[in-house]
Design a protein around this ligand. Sequence first.
Ligand SMILES: Nc1ncnc2c1ncn2[C@@H]1O[C@H](COP(=O)(O)OP(=O)(O)OP(=O)(O)O)[C@@H](O)[C@H]1O
Ligand SMILES: [Mg+2]
Length: 296
Amino acid sequence: MSSGSSMRIRSSEYKEIAKRMRAIQEQQKRVVANMRKIKYKVAILSSKGGVGKSFVTVSLAAALAVKGRRVGVFDADIHGPSVHKMVGLPTGLGLPARQDGTIVPIEVPPGLKVASIGLLLPDDETPVIWRGSLKTSAIRELLAYLDWGELDYLLIDLPPGTGDEQLTIAQIIPQLTGFVLVTIPSEVSKAVVKKAAAFARRLNVPVIGVVENMSYFECPDGSRHYIFGRGAAREIAEEFNIPFLGEIPIDPRIREANDRGKIFFLEYPDSKAAKAFLEIAERVIGIIEGQGEGGE
Ligand SMILES: Nc1ncnc2c1ncn2[C@@H]1O[C@H](COP(=O)(O)OP(=O)(O)OP(=O)(O)O)[C@@H](O)[C@H]1O
Ligand SMILES: [Mg+2]
């Protein structure tokens, strides 16, 4: 590897590196100051893709807001941001910026403050081709300049996996309140989401609980069909000694509302899924704010 000749850093390069380090420190200070105004910071995690993390993030956020909490949603999925679309904000809309450089999240019903990298991208077709360090910088910079104001909850939607984005969030947000895990009942998902639970444990970040999405499909005659299997979330909960937060049925209206940019929870408040989210929000509040039983 080594050629024998030592590497030299020229003073101009050193100055450049020092400048960059100072900028990072400055941003991290801003992140700490911003996060101090937010009581609970909760990231939605699942090693598995497509299990409904973003849908759970938006629905849980709406349910918490309906329960009187001040809630923000940050989409940390750089490659596949979707939160903005689920709440009806088009890709490329932008985020308002103030003269002092701070960025203002966009407010949508029921009073959710939303910020997504998707709002800053040119369109849905252009891929973001960034290495880990660039993703880390983008997340840090956004969290440094986004002005959420005072919030009770900031929910952070993560991409699938346990890589750059997940590590960045766990490392730059001081005292992350915890992760909410999302799985579907399939064996494949269960096995992969267990990795997410192990990841949380390794990082010493508490797991608030596990949500099972797409648990069953209910026919109009009331019969239930367990399309993806049964019991994955309860098994994860038991194995890792974490609360089971609830189960969300498969409902074609969920996909349809998400695609239309309508918040399902608000569009179909009488649905089983919306009611399940109210219960999940109640459990999350119980666990985090210490008011209730929490879990099962
Ligand atoms: N319970 C459900 N019933 C029907 N459709 C659902 C349900 N949950 C999520 N969906 C749909 O499944 C798709 C995937 O959901 P979503 O985007 O929330 O998953 P994700 O885990 O965030 O995916 P990614 O890993 O790509 O970030 C979406 O089209 C969504 O509308
Ligand atoms: Mg997603």
